[in-house]
Design a protein around this ligand. Structure first.
Ligand code: F6R
Length: 612
């Protein structure tokens, strides 16, 4: 959480930083700030609230200089306010820093610095970084690079940080441990940011810093060092996304754009993964022998939020199509619970950002049990991708809306492919069934386009219910995780209390909530549990609940028993979660818009959850 950026080069630094922050704002939007360095010193501008507040503040200010750092905050220590906004400076205002992460021993360091006469101006953990650098750089005369290195030796916790000094106009220093940091390698300019989209306006060539590495960034060079100051060889990667993918391209919101690009995205994923034998194009990274993967006897899938919902769908797929016993756990539970060792277990981690701390700890937990770890991940070079033994990238492109949409569909697509792969290698499905699935899978992009045509209908439904106080979502079988997903979306961007349930659980409690005001979204597509779902709908109607059904095209009978109905094209039960998810996304989207909420940056949330 929090986004940082640093720049040195010919361009007007304030413009580069503000644009970069706009690409990182999904990481936190409690406050924003920039520090620009020039011969007159360091100019710091920071403001509570979204980036637009900062933009207003610096509008018309002539900021010269070609070196600067910037930050967008998701508050951890200290309330969201101007005083707690980054950049932070030392007592002498020689040094400015921006930080993403948590300094766990900040209280101890702060107390000791106060005893030495330092004055603190914020309640943040991060400010100690500026004062520690002051101790070594300003008071003891060390270079900025040396001072940062010595300072890092005193920090416990996680950080991605950038530091600039008035005594050094030609470089800035960046370092990481536990929070992401990417260096952008340009021509006559270099940058650092928390995430690649902030760099793409300037370069596609990036270096992913590892933990305990420090980068010294000059206009014409980038040097990477380990914690002992030893130069480290680094690989320069090329990013295939372009800057446009991370912009709204005329849509009102990123979320809407991301919902509507899902058909093309699924088509692209299938094209890449199915361009020959699936086995050849399954992994992007595999650090162990593929035969070990094929011999897996149990899968444990872990993830958080929407990625956890994808994991729940994965369980249905692996068990039904590949006969593979599968457990699913929320990462924050998996990392702490008692694990019973079983050989040939694969820990499969699902994550859009690749930085979610609980999921990362789940990967490490899996490794500590000597299990092989494979991640399904969207962000290239992210921490989870790098720490896992194998990676399948979802290739969804940058997801900027805080509510996950296209990453979810991409995760499900990969899980379907993986279950088919296991089904085939374990002889649980025949070659012809496999071929049938693959050819049906190829029809999904056009079916997704058909679902998108239903959006006006869904907007009308949203108009009827957007003022509701609660929502219930019910489903059964492979679509039951979609009931959780529908509820999560309504909660996070609609700010409406909502819960998702397997419909069979209704009679065990939640049915007491039903009255004539309660909208109940019932996923009742044609499947092995369709009739059971219809009975559950009748139970809701008997108690005067308002039923919004998601049903299969051609099912005209359902219309007569529900209040509203959205149709999806007919498809195999196993592929239906891909189509069902889309009306749920639209419903939450329109409810959020009608309630006047901030769709892309809902309150209290951040896109990448790097704190516990
Ligand atoms: C919901 C949402 C979150 C994320 C969760 C995990 O719309 O976006 O619930 O799914 O924070 O994030 P990743 O997938 O990045 O690990």
């Amino acid at each position: 959480m929090c986004g940082i950026i640093g720049y040195i080069g010919e361009k007007k630094v304030s413009d580069v930083l503000v644009k970069g922050l706009s690409r990182l704002e999904y990481r936190g939007y409690d406050s924003a700030g920039i520090a620009v360095l020039n011969e007159d010193g360091i100019s710091v501008f920071k403001e509570a609230g979204k980036l637009s507040q900062l933009k207003q503040m610096i509008h018309g200010v002539e900021l010269t200089g070609h070196l600067g750092i910037a930050h967008t905050r998701w508050a951890t220590h200290g309330e969201p306010s101007q005083r707690n906004a980054h950049p932070h400076t030392d007592c002498t205002e020689t040094v400015a820093i921006v930080h993403n992460g948590i300094i766990e021993n900040h209280e101890e360091i702060r107390a000791s610095l106060i005893r030495q006469g330092h004055e603190f101006r914020s309640d943040t953990d991060s400010e100690v970084i500026a004062h520690l650098i002051e101790e070594y750089h300003v008071k003891k005369g060390m270079s900025l690079v040396q001072a940062v290195r010595v300072m890092l030796g005193q920090l416990e916790g996680s950080y991605a940080l950038c530091a600039i000094s008035q005594k050094d106009l030609n470089q800035f220093v960046a370092a990481r441990n536990g929070s992401p940091l990417v260096v952008g390698v340009g021509r006559g300019e270099n940058l650092v940011a928390s995430d690649a989209p902030a760099l793409l306006d300037h370069t596609r060539h990036v270096i992913f810093l590892d933990d305990h590495q420090m980068a010294v960034i000059k206009r014409d060079s980038v040097e990477i060092f380990d914690q002992h100051g030893k130069p480290v060889k680094h690989e320069v990667h090329r990013i295939d996304w372009d800057a446009d993918e991370a912009s709204k391209q005329g849509y009102d919101h990123f979320m809407l754009k991301e919902i509507e690009e899902q058909a093309d995205m699924v088509e692209r994923i299938l094209r890449t993964r199915l361009r020959g034998e699936l086995s050849e194009h399954l992994f992007d990274v595999l650090k162990f022998d593929q035969s070990e993967f094929n011999n897996v006897e149990r899968i444990v899938i872990q993830g958080c939020g929407t990625s956890w919902h994808a994991a729940l769908i994965g369980k249905f797929l692996f068990e039904a199509l590949a006969g593979l016993p599968t457990e699913v756990d929320v990462s924050s539970e998996f990392r702490y619970r008692h694990l019973v060792y079983q050989p040939n277990t694969l820990v499969l981690s699902i994550t859009q950002s690749g930085e979610t701390i609980d999921t990362l700890m789940g990967v490490r937990r899996g490794k500590s049990q000597t299990y092989k770890t494979v991640s399904i991940c969207n962000v290239l070079g992210s921490t989870i991708a790098r720490e896992s033994d194998g990676v399948i990238y979802t290739q969804a492109g940058p997801e900027i809306g805080v509510a996950s949409t296209k990453a979810y569909l991409a995760q499900m697509t990969i899980l379907i492919l993986l279950s088919l792969y296991f089904g085939k290698t374990r002889n649980k499905i025949s070659g012809s069934i496999y071929d049938e699935f693959v050819s049906e899978l190829r029809t999904i992009p056009s079916k997704l386009k058909q679902v998108i045509q239903e959006k006006e209908k869904i907007r009308e439904i949203a108009l009827k219910y957007y003022e509701a106080r609660d929502f219930l979502f019910l489903s059964r079988g492979i679509n039951y995780p979609n009931a959780h997903e529908g509820a999560l979306k309504i909660k996070e961007i609609g700010y409406i209390h909502a819960t998702g349930h397997p419909a069979g659980e209704m009679k065990h409690g939640p049915i007491a909530l039903i009255d004539e005001k309660m909208p109940v979204v019932c996923i009742a597509v044609r499947s092995s549990v369709y009739e059971k779902m219809i009975s559950n709908i009748r139970e809701v109607k008997a108690r005067h609940g308002k039923v919004i059904a998601i049903a299969t095209e051609g099912d005209s009978s359902i219309k007569s028993i529900v209040d509203d109905c959205v149709y999806i094209p007919a498809c195999s039960e196993f592929l239906s979660p891909l189509l069902v998810a889309v009306p749920l996304q639209y419903l939450a989207y329109y409810v959020s818009v009608l309630r006047g909420n901030d769709v892309d940056q809902p309150r209290n949330l951040a896109k990448s959850v790097t704190v516990e």
